[in-house]
Design a protein around this ligand. Sequence first.
Ligand code: B12
Ligand code: SF4
Ligand code: SF4
Length: 413
Amino acid sequence: MHQPATRHSIDHRALAELIKAWGAQLGFARIKVSDVDLAEAERHLGDWLARGFHGEMAYMSKHGRKRTRPAALVDGTLRVITARMDYLPQRMDAAQAALNDSRIGYISRYALGRDYHKVMRRKLQQLATRISGEVGDFGYRAFCDSAPVMEKALAQKSGHGWIGKHTNLLNRESGSWFFLGELYTDLPLPVDAPVAAHCGSCAACIDICPTRAIVAPYQLDARRCISYLTIELHGSIPTHLRKHVGNRIFGCDDCQLVCPWNRYAQVTAQPDFVIRHGLDARALTALFAWDERDFERYTEGSAIRRIGHVRWLRNIAVALGNARDQKAHDQNARDEDDARGDGAIIDALRSRQTHPSELVREHVDWALAQHAGRAAATIADDCAATTRMIAPPRTAVAARRPPCDRSPPAGID
Ligand code: B12
Ligand code: SF4
Ligand code: SF4
């Protein structure tokens, strides 16, 4: 039977290779090792917090130096075993198609399958168990977006890729559609080197961002980011940003969809990230009809559940306010609601006008006002067009007509 090595007899170089091989067997795309010097990231984090870019995310500021000093979080930490796992559940053109159809609820690709926090932490725990089978007891803690950890900076230092201008980590082989996780450890493993950045003069992510949240390369004002607005924010979505949220009801992927390096992204092989309940392309009206029990049932084991039913309705109300009656959509209708046109959207919104939550009611009222405003604008446009068609502007008839009553002027059949 295999005997664990004693601490002083461990060949750490060989062990690091073994850990990487086990990681691959567990489904990680890559495992690497970082040291614990995060001085540069600490400076950037300090600036980011000082500018208030974290908004309501108090957890980003409340742990002091623990976030940037791994040994302050877990005593004795010498190295960080960094892991990434691909999650893209389908080809990117399917994502783009859902985004382009304003009556579909767009859910970020990362949240369509099982909650990644659970998947990653379970696998990191399995990795730790295999390591202790080799070396005996050792000091470690597993993290995935679950503690004050600078995950991107640690992954960047250990060569998983570079931090792009959109502030996500990406690399040349697989783009950016992956999660990050870590094992903080007291094993003095050899560290991996960082890789060069390859954004060059590209600024596609900055240009595409619907809410102008990437205020400068590598700097994200989270308060404007749709991911923050739809997932982290508890209260009302600022009205000036609602139109720009479009049909994104949970997170946002635009800056990743446009990134040229994501042409090389692979669809995940992880069964855990397979799309559940057709959530990649469900009609907004169908999702809005979920009651609390439906919400609990359909989001079981999913990252979506953390926002709760009220914020789910808040987000969908905004998207319904932005949904357009496009005839083209009817040809792609996926269910009956979808085929009924704008009437179904208005009916759905009205059905929530008396919802017990003030937050929901306020967003529903906003959404209905959008449709009313658009209807009025359409009538005014139609009127102007009709007026232009029926008489030259300088004729007395055209000048005297009211803005629009949609009835043909006298003398026109
Ligand atoms: C807070 C948070 C958010 C916030 C803020 C995002 C942010 N950029 O900070 C919000 C809610 C907006 C968010 C959104 C998303 N998130 Co998030 N989020 C986090 C979290 C918890 C902390 C990130 C953090 O430390 N921010 C602090 C600031 C200071 O860091 P930063 O913006 O990255 O800045 C760094 C660099 O840009 C650079 N820098 C800063 N300023 C400057 C200036 C110059 C001149 C230079 C050169 C560099 C530089 O240094 C900084 C420190 O390394 C991490 C998990 C974790 N514990 O790390 C997940 C995490 C970053 N999120 C993740 C994901 C998947 C997302 C979304 C894609 C989800 C979605 N589809 O909606 C979006 C992407 C939005 C975006 N463009 O970043 C993944 C990213 C995986 C990857 N491949 O990078 C993580 C790592 C979770 C995980 N375990 O997988 N997220
Ligand atoms: S996730 Fe969306 S809103 Fe946030 S920075 Fe990227 S494109 Fe902008
Ligand atoms: S879109 Fe361009 S600038 Fe943005 S992360 Fe990708 S390569 Fe870098």
